[in-house]
Ligand binder design. Structure first.
Ligand SMILES: *[C@@H]1O[C@H](CO)[C@@H](O)[C@H](O)[C@H]1NC(C)=O
Ligand SMILES: *[C@@H]1O[C@H](CO)[C@@H](O)[C@H](O)[C@H]1NC(C)=O
Ligand SMILES: *[C@@H]1O[C@H](CO)[C@@H](O)[C@H](O)[C@H]1NC(C)=O
Ligand SMILES: *[C@@H]1O[C@H](CO)[C@@H](O)[C@H](O)[C@H]1NC(C)=O
Ligand SMILES: *[C@@H]1O[C@H](CO)[C@@H](O)[C@H](O)[C@H]1NC(C)=O
Ligand SMILES: *[C@@H]1O[C@H](CO)[C@@H](O)[C@H](O)[C@H]1NC(C)=O
Ligand SMILES: *[C@@H]1O[C@H](CO)[C@@H](O)[C@H](O)[C@H]1NC(C)=O
Ligand SMILES: *[C@@H]1O[C@H](CO)[C@@H](O)[C@H](O)[C@H]1NC(C)=O
Ligand SMILES: *[C@@H]1O[C@H](CO)[C@@H](O)[C@H](O)[C@H]1NC(C)=O
Ligand SMILES: *[C@@H]1O[C@H](CO)[C@@H](O)[C@H](O)[C@H]1NC(C)=O
Ligand SMILES: *[C@@H]1O[C@H](CO)[C@@H](O)[C@H](O)[C@H]1NC(C)=O
Ligand SMILES: *[C@@H]1O[C@H](CO)[C@@H](O)[C@H](O)[C@H]1NC(C)=O
Length: 612
């Protein structure tokens, strides 16, 4: 009995404890409610735009502490938090003046609105009076002009400041180093007009010892000395300095900050540096050094960064091979080493990554064959290995990757015949141009039902392409088969039944085409290049009918003798140079109905004569 009582007492205590947070109806302080209502009445005029906030919940007869986006201190009733992000507030920053009674405000989120005006005393003076403010978020607004030093000398309790994606300009006041409690600072994307002075950033790096997140993309830091970065807090987790105009040698030590997870230095073309040989920050998840001037080799220690998710080293001046050390990087989803001056074989361990969705090693000097067998890569969407010296055949596993959308192997030394494609896959973009494939285009290419672009130009393909084959690719938009001197295009096939609803660009230049392919008449083709073929004879009135969308037609370097009518009514560019069109120039041209929009008409090197 006694123990039952105890249980009941305990139950009662825990029940009443958990019920304490339910706000009493009169928690909200009247002057603070009045301030909020005044703000609402002046700023939520209509519901025509999308409100994250249900402004109807801001109802005078309800306790303001239960209004959406409003947070109060449960003991004092003071409003301490206000989330008005995505709320269509379209006003000058001085609207904040109406909130002056919220003297305990710690947390103000006005991001993604249409606030304008500047962070200067005359428009934002009341903002500077929220001395208790810890988090201020004004990202994605239209704030412009310079920042007042008061912003920093008054709001010294700030732990989070986000001014990203506005139009703020000028020097960042050195007083920013007074914000010694800052944990997160984001000044990114103020359209290149915000800048740091050398001393200002140096003081920031030394004094902001709690900083975990520093996001300064597109802030002009050309004046900043790279050694200042050495003083950044060892608690730093996230450093983003894309397009900051940094120059000089980046201190390798930064890659060893113990807590670093995310480092982005992309687009600092004059920033040089080396990757560390040892002792990387072991928690690194994102490494983006694209389009900088990093040098040296990619160290084997890279393979110890087992938490890596996304790596982009494109556009640097490395040397040597890609070390084959990806076996333990099972979390990697994206790897880009494009234009890195890398040579040697393709690292085999890369082809065993289970989570990878994007792999781009294009524009290096990688050589040797693709691996024969691959079992992973189930999530791979984008495989870009173009502009290397990869040789051998196209293995069949490429066409069994279930998620593949982009396959770009152009500009290599691959040779055919191509392996049979075993089953139709989702791939949409295939580029095998400028390789050494010969023989006919395998039938199975025309089983890739979701293809939108197919590039096979500059190989040694032979055989005949006809309308039946192309009609199996209903999504095809771009077809480039040019520069295959043995490949021809035939009108034989069930031409009348085919239309090519998506096809906009066909290039069959420098092939072995002998006949004008009128089966495209019913398509939405915009560009047709049949230059440098062996088309002889003429184009009849019937063949020239249709072609409603055709804008560019290149028939130069053929053997045409007569044109009864020009195809299409919307031609803007027509190239008929180097054919065998004959007769007096005026009568030839008079018979042709020239389209209204034709702006370029080239007809030199024919057998036309002047009218006597
Ligand atoms: C405010 O709330 C009261 C009581 O819940 C309700 O009757 C009234 O219609 C509400 N006013 C508005 C403007 O939504
Ligand atoms: C605020 O002050 C700045 C210069 O201190 C001035 O350029 C701007 O016009 C002033 N704005 C208003 C609204 O008075
Ligand atoms: C660094 O921060 C402290 C407050 O923690 C402040 O007193 C000092 O003035 C700051 N130093 C600089 C150089 O801003
Ligand atoms: C700043 O705000 C923007 C927009 O809400 C957000 O995308 C960004 O992640 C924020 N920055 C930080 C460091 O949280
Ligand atoms: C800043 O870095 C330099 C060089 O690493 C070091 O000598 C100095 O003690 C550091 N200062 C502070 C305040 O961390
Ligand atoms: C890199 O340096 C060159 C030459 O000094 C300069 O013209 C260019 O603007 C610099 N680029 C950046 C992003 O700072
Ligand atoms: C890494 O090691 C190589 C060869 O041992 C050396 O040349 C290079 O300077 C080292 N790089 C760094 C950043 O220590
Ligand atoms: C690296 O930065 C560039 C430029 O900002 C960007 O286009 C690219 O998507 C980034 N890569 C990764 C993996 O974040
Ligand atoms: C490119 O790599 C080669 C060897 O791998 C090296 O000799 C050369 O210096 C590198 N080029 C540049 C511009 O770094
Ligand atoms: C082609 O695309 C459609 C729609 O995106 C999709 O449902 C279908 O599965 C794809 N076909 C193949 C073979 O992947
Ligand atoms: C192209 O293929 C034909 C046979 O189909 C062959 O005779 C010719 O040598 C090949 N040309 C090149 C450049 O490989
Ligand atoms: C037509 O094709 C020829 C040969 O391929 C090329 O030289 C010419 O520039 C093309 N004409 C136009 C207008 O693009």
């Amino acid at each position: 009995m006694g123990s039952l009582c105890l249980v009941l007492v305990l139950l009662h205590i825990s029940w009443s404890l958990s019920s304490v947070p339910s706000p009493s109806p009169h928690l909200c302080l009247p002057d603070q409610k009045a301030a909020l209502l005044q703000f609402k009445n002046s700023n939520f005029p209509s519901k025509s735009c999308w409100f994250k906030l249900d402004s109807d919940s801001w109802n005078n007869s309800i306790d303001c502490c239960s209004w959406q986006g409003v947070k109060c201190n449960k003991e004092t009733g003071n409003v301490i938090g206000l989330d008005l992000s995505h709320s269509c507030v379209d006003a000058d920053l001085s609207v904040i003046n109406t909130l002056v009674h919220l003297h305990s405000l710690q947390w103000l989120d006005l991001s993604s609105n249409e606030l304008f005006g500047s962070l200067l005393e005359n428009t934002s003076s009341s903002l500077f009076r929220f001395h208790a403010l810890r988090r201020l978020d004004l990202a994605y607004n239209e704030v412009d002009g310079a920042m007042s030093p008061e912003l920093f000398s008054q709001l010294v309790s700030l732990t989070h400041l986000n001014l990203s994606s506005n139009w703020i300009d000028g020097l960042i006041p050195n007083q920013i180093s007074l914000l010694s409690s800052l944990v997160s600072l984001d000044l990114s994307h103020n359209y290149y007009s915000l800048s740091f002075e050398s001393q200002g950033f140096d003081m920031l790096a030394r004094n902001l010892t709690r900083l975990r997140t520093l996001v300064l993309d597109s802030v002009d830091m050309s004046d900043v000395s790279l050694t200042s970065f050495l003083n950044l807090s060892s608690s730093l987790e996230h450093l983003s300095l894309g397009d900051c105009r940094l120059h000089g040698e980046f201190p390798t030590l930064l890659f060893r900050l113990p807590n670093l997870k995310h480092i982005d230095l992309s687009g600092n073309e004059n920033l040089t540096g080396y990757l560390p040989n040892t002792s990387w920050s072991s928690g690194l998840e994102l490494l983006n050094l694209s389009y900088c001037g990093f040098r040296g080799s990619i160290p084997a220690s890279f393979g110890s960064l087992t938490r890596l998710v996304s790596v982009d080293l494109s556009g640097n001046w490395f040397e040597g091979q890609i070390p084959d050390v990806f076996g333990n990087l099972g979390k990697l989803t994206s790897l880009r080493f494009s234009s890195c001056n890398l040579s040697g074989p393709l690292p085999i361990t890369l082809f065993n990554l289970a989570q990878i969705t994007a792999l781009d090693l294009s524009d290096n000097q990688l050589e040797g064959p693709l691996p024969n067998h691959v079992s992973k890569l189930q999530l791979l969407k984008e495989l870009v290995l173009s502009s290397n010296a990869i040789s051998g055949g196209v293995p069949s596993w490429l066409f069994t990757l279930p998620s593949l959308l982009v396959l770009d192997l152009g500009y290599n030394k691959l040779a055919g015949p191509m392996d049979r494609i075993q089953m139709p896959i989702s791939v949409e973009h295939v580029d095998l141009s400028s390789n050494q494939f010969d023989g006919p285009i395998p039938d199975s290419v025309f089983d890739l039902v979701n293809l939108t672009s197919l590039h096979l130009s500059s190989n040694n393909l032979s055989g005949v392409v006809n309308s039946d084959m192309l009609s199996k690719l209903p999504s095809l938009e771009v077809l480039d088969l040019s520069n295959n001197s043995l490949l021809s295009l035939s009108t034989s096939g069930d031409d009348a039944n085919h239309s090519f609803p998506r096809l906009t660009t066909v290039s069959f230049s420098s092939c072995n085409v002998r006949q004008f392919p009128s089966f495209f008449r019913t398509s939405s083709l915009v560009v047709l290049d049949l230059s440098n073929n062996m088309i002889s004879g003429g184009i009849s009135k019937w063949e020239a009918e249709g072609w409603e969308a055709l804008s560019v037609l290149n028939l130069s370097y053929n053997s045409l003798t007569t044109l009864e009518q020009l195809p299409g009514g919307s031609l803007t560019i027509l190239d008929l140079r180097s054919n065998m069109l004959e007769g007096p120039i005026l009568s030839t041209c008079q018979n042709l109905q020239f389209p209204e929009w034709l702006t370029v008409f080239l007809i030199a090197k024919n057998k036309l004569t002047g009218n006597e």
